[in-house]
Design a protein around this ligand. Structure first.
Ligand code: ATP
Ligand code: MG
Length: 369
């Protein structure tokens, strides 16, 4: 797609000025609209929707100040930056312009070069301000999600705890069943809260050179504990290549990415099975991590969807584990692939590129310039 041209509205009662300005701005890639007095300018702003207005002060019918006042008093046009062009260079005039809300002014006589430079710098500043406002909005939203997560945590623990106690003392199977349903709903929400934390942590990524084998060893320990807590009999096999090339990574985030994948493998195995964690060298200096399980597998038609947020087949799943893994791996310049056979198991393959990692891609959460 062609890049959007910035739009400028040129307002001047002298035809020759308009022609010169229009030719100049056209040459440097602007889309132009012209108006010869304030009234026309106010009308044209509506349909043309300029990014910026360059307006002469002294004009018949409605002068630049009056037009500026009208534009700034209307919500839908007040955000458009206006540069006033003043022939009278008295200080008061300029002050008046600023009071009415002009973003900048230029005195006549001006060089076209200077006009273009002023316009460009004002547009650049505007773009930065917009970006900052968006970033602030995102941060505010993040803060709100955070606040809600925090407020929800304690009541949730209370509900879960009480439901467990009710279940213990209950003899009526129907009531036991109700308690079970409360407990699993609470577990699902608790998983969701954990994912919110992971997501938040993922956004503040700090990289350092590290050994991927160390991350995998820690993850293997974590997943064994998870398996034990669930009372399953899953053998965790670890086969790591010696001295893998160092990787520029956020080790904490990488650990989350891999652990979430291992957790799915453990979830997929009902009682007995094997999970294998491997690192393999490749011809092109990349490292392959492979996580294989002998679990239930994924149906062909579901494979496309598993990385989508809230995609889950589990009663207490949040459906966010792989969404987070995927984003972290992608943020590190890596790729992830899935192969699966229902009833046989699943293989997740992650490729990381030591040389490339961190050099091309902006960190998540870091504003891209
Ligand atoms: N190794 C696997 N074997 C079988 N199914 C899998 C495997 N990995 C992922 N899936 C499927 O993909 C879905 C999405 O996984 P994801 O980790 O994103 O969410 P989840 O495990 O359901 O919930 P959570 O956010 O708590 O991790 C799972 O619900 C499951 O159906
Ligand atoms: Mg999961």
């Amino acid at each position: 797609m062609e890049k959007m041209k910035p739009r400028i509205l040129l307002v001047d009662d002298e035809e020759i000025n308009l022609t010169l300005l229009a030719a100049k701005f056209e040459r440097v890639g602007y889309e132009i609209e012209k108006a010869t007095n304030g009234i026309e300018a106010v009308v044209k702003v509506k349909e043309f929707k300029p990014d910026i207005i360059l307006m002469d002060v002294v004009m018949p019918q409605m002068d630049g100040y009056e037009a500026l006042r009208v534009l700034k008093s209307r919500e839908e046009t007040s955000y458009i930056p206006v540069i006033l062009v003043t022939g009278r260079s008295e200080v008061e005039d300029k002050v008046l312009g600023f009071e009415v809300g002009a973003e900048d002014y230029i005195s006549k006589p001006y060089s076209l070069q200077e006009v273009v430079a002023r316009v460009k710098s004002l547009l650049r500043m505007r773009a930065l301000q917009t970006k900052l406002a968006e970033t602030e909005k995102m941060a505010a939203l993040g803060g709100m999600v955070d606040g809600i997560a925090h407020e929800v945590r304690n009541p949730l623990m209370a509900i879960g705890g009480m439901a467990r106690r009710l279940k213990e003392h209950e003899t009526d199977p129907q009531h036991k069943d109700y308690a079970d349903r409360i407990i699993s709903a609470v577990e699902r929400l608790e998983r969701m809260l954990r994912r919110v934390d992971e997501y938040k942590r993922m956004l503040v990524s700090t990289r350092a050179s590290g050994d991927i084998n160390n991350v995998l060893t820690v993850c293997a320990g974590d997943i064994k504990e998870f398996i034990d807590n669930q009372g399953k009999e899953i053998e965790v096999k670890v086969a790591l290549m010696p001295e893998p090339p160092p990787i520029n990574m956020d080790a904490g985030n990488m650990r989350v990415a891999i652990y979430n994948i291992l957790q799915n493998s453990a979830d997929a195995i009902e009682k007995k099975g094997v999970i294998t964690i491997e690192t393999l060298p490749a011809m092109d200096q990349s490292i392959t991590l492979r996580i294989t399980d002998t679990g239930c597998g994924i149906k062909e038609e579901d494979i496309r969807k598993i990385f989508n947020p809230f995609q889950t087949s589990k009663i207490s799943g949040a459906g966010l584990g792989l969404t987070i893994s995927y984003r972290i791996i992608r943020d590190h310049g890596g790729e992830i692939e899935v192969e699966s056979r229902p009833g046989e198991g699943t293989v997740m393959t992650i490729r990381l590129h030591p040389a490339k990692i961190g050099s091309h891609l902006p960190h998540l959460g870091e504003p891209t310039a």
